[in-house]
Design a protein around this ligand. Structure first.
Ligand code: TEU
Ligand code: CA
Length: 541
């Protein structure tokens, strides 16, 4: 397999609304990002994945796009966007755009036209069905609660929306739709972007009449066509968001011989703290054995037929240190443990803004504090189903998407230095303690752990190319593995709990070549490793 630049890269995700406000309106913007590029360069990342910045009425914070070739007023102008691409490129940072083409906003001109009537030339850009016995066409549900079908009074038909009813699904079976998408992608590629992150791309081959949403029969034909008609002519990173992917499916997307995508985001492990067959809101404790099994399976099964992405967080998930770590007594230790464990695996790592300083979830006490449409719709649905407010708010505090979307805490001044105005979403009150400034001043901070890990990847081919093997014979809460490359071996050990623990890995002997450690460890006697709470380290054997 030909080596690609994105295999040795580290990506940083920016959720622009919450990154940095530059003009005091309480909303992060493009200029704010330009002003912070030096910080990202210091961290050492190679790529920014920018969550959507296009024109949008913000029903789903930019994932509802009304014009793909224009910028949201609150974020700036196309001049600012061009400047961001140019300035980042000068600093060696590529910009990956979010491609949201499963659906548009209901304010997109295509949908405004389509609604005008059954004869409109844009009608077939969307998915319309007649009522069945005066009711919805079938039982398809929206991810954001309720039916996926919305009735249009004027024409007497329903249209499909797998997300909010203000996010009508595009009809990918219509060749004209696909051509519009390729054209728009080429518009952005010509600007010199570094690639695309593809929102819910596994849904575009849907067959709604058969109840098929993910992994539809034409999905991979469409992606091959997309590759040919757009980014295949450029040297870019493409990553598909694919909730339903198994390793076998991942090979269909990312085997280079198939000419589809660079890699995908897989989510198999993200259901490990939810009750089986239920929703993400129905909580249960994480089973660490399953987590190890799933991550190890992904590490070993793609081989040369694909490439992994590595991530704990994004704008849809709670903060990892709050979710599976301990964001109180062991916040710094557990944040570093997650970083060491993930960044020494094989694949392209993605850091979500704020993760690199150990930002935590931000609990709320009333639904009026919530911005996210997913949480708000679920709240009303579950209230009607008889859940108590306390139960629902508990689920939101554990799993809600706003947890990851609170503004970046830059320093200890008012609003954490995010804005001089009123922030669009509350700033986590722990900003005086957890912020970028404190991190940069403390050589033992979470920030410098991430910086070291990025450096290790740059300097050691074993981190990029080495074979992964899980070390099986340990207690459940110990996650240990080896990487092997050209006769070298690294051993990585992480204690996934606040219990101290003893570990015997005598096959590795004794070693004082510690590469990274979250407890200033100087050496390891593998016969008798005494692990502290959330301790993690890597050593060369
Ligand atoms: O997410 C896809 C998606 O399925 C999520 O809504 C997910 O189910 C949920 O957030 C899990 O908590 C993508 C985007 O990442 C998300 O922000 C958008 O809201 C969604 O698509 C619609 O565009
Ligand atoms: Ca602003």
């Amino acid at each position: 397999m030909e080596k690609k630049w994105w295999q040795t890269s580290v990506v940083y995700q920016i959720y622009p609304r919450s990154f940095q406000d530059s003009n005091g309106d309480g909303i992060g913007d493009l200029r704010g990002i330009v002003n912070r590029l030096d910080y990202l360069q210091k961290l050492g990342i190679d790529v920014i994945w920018l969550s959507p910045v296009y024109k949008s009425p913000n029903d789903d914070n930019g994932y509802d796009i009304s014009d793909y070739e224009d910028i949201m007023d609150e974020f700036g102008t196309m001049v600012d966007m061009d400047e961001l691409i140019a300035t980042a490129n000068e600093k060696g940072i590529k910009i990956v755009m979010d491609l949201v083409v499963n659906h548009t906003s209901d304010e997109h001109k295509w949908f405004i036209e389509a609604k005008k009537g059954k004869d409109n030339p844009y009608r077939d850009y969307y998915i319309w069905r007649d009522p069945v016995n005066g009711e919805v066409p079938n039982g398809l549900k929206s991810t954001f609660s309720g039916s996926a079908w919305e009735f249009d009074e004027d024409s007497g038909q329903y249209f499909l929306h797998l997300f909010s009813k203000r996010q009508p699904d595009l009809n990918w079976e219509n060749e004209k739709v696909r051509e519009e998408v390729w054209k728009m992608m080429n518009y952005w590629l010509e600007k010199g972007i570094g690639g695309f992150r593809m929102d819910v791309i596994d849904l575009v081959g849907k067959q709604p009449d058969l109840g098929i949403t993910g992994n539809g029969p034409k999905l991979h034909d469409y992606l091959q066509e997309m590759n040919q008609k757009s980014f295949g002519n450029y040297d870019v990173l493409t990553v598909g968001e694919t909730w339903g992917a198994t390793p076998e499916i991942a090979k269909l997307y990312s085997n280079p011989t198939r000419k589809e995508l660079s890699m995908i985001f897989q989510f198999e492990h993200s259901a490990l703290d939810e009750q089986e067959g239920k929703q993400k809101w129905d909580l249960k404790p994480l089973e660490i054995n399953k987590l190890k099994e799933i991550l190890a399976k992904w590490q070993t099964s793609l081989g040369k037929e694909g490439w992994n992405s590595l991530f704990w967080n994004n704008h849809d998930m709670p903060r990892i240190v709050s979710r599976w770590g301990n964001d109180k007594e062991y916040r710094v230790e557990s944040a570093k443990m997650f970083a060491i464990l993930l960044h020494l695996m094989k694949g392209t790592p993605y850091i979500y803004q704020g993760e690199e300083i150990g930002m935590t979830n931000c609990p709320i006490t009333d639904i009026s504090e919530v911005n996210d449409i997913e949480s708000i719709n679920m709240y009303h649905e579950r209230l009607a189903q008889g859940y108590t407010k306390e139960e629902i708010l508990h689920s939101i505090n554990v799993k809600g998407r706003d947890n990851a979307r609170t503004p970046i805490q830059w320093d200890d001044t008012v609003n954490g230095g995010f804005t001089t105005g009123t922030p669009w979403l509350h700033v986590n009150p722990n900003y005086p303690e957890i912020n970028v400034k404190n991190n940069l001043e403390d050589p033992n901070s979470v920030f410098y752990c991430y910086q070291s890990l990025i450096q290790l990847r740059k300097e050691n081919p074993i981190v990029v190319w080495g074979d992964f093997e899980l070390i099986e014979d340990t207690e459940e809460m110990i996650f240990a593995y080896t990487r092997k490359f050209e006769g070298k071996t690294w051993v990585i050990v992480a204690n996934f709990s606040e219990q101290e623990s003893l570990l015997d890995l005598r096959q590795f002997g004794e070693c004082d070549d510690v590469i990274i450690s979250n407890y200033h460890r100087k050496g390891v006697n593998f016969r008798n490793i005494h692990l502290k709470p959330y301790e993690a380290f890597a050593v060369r054997i």
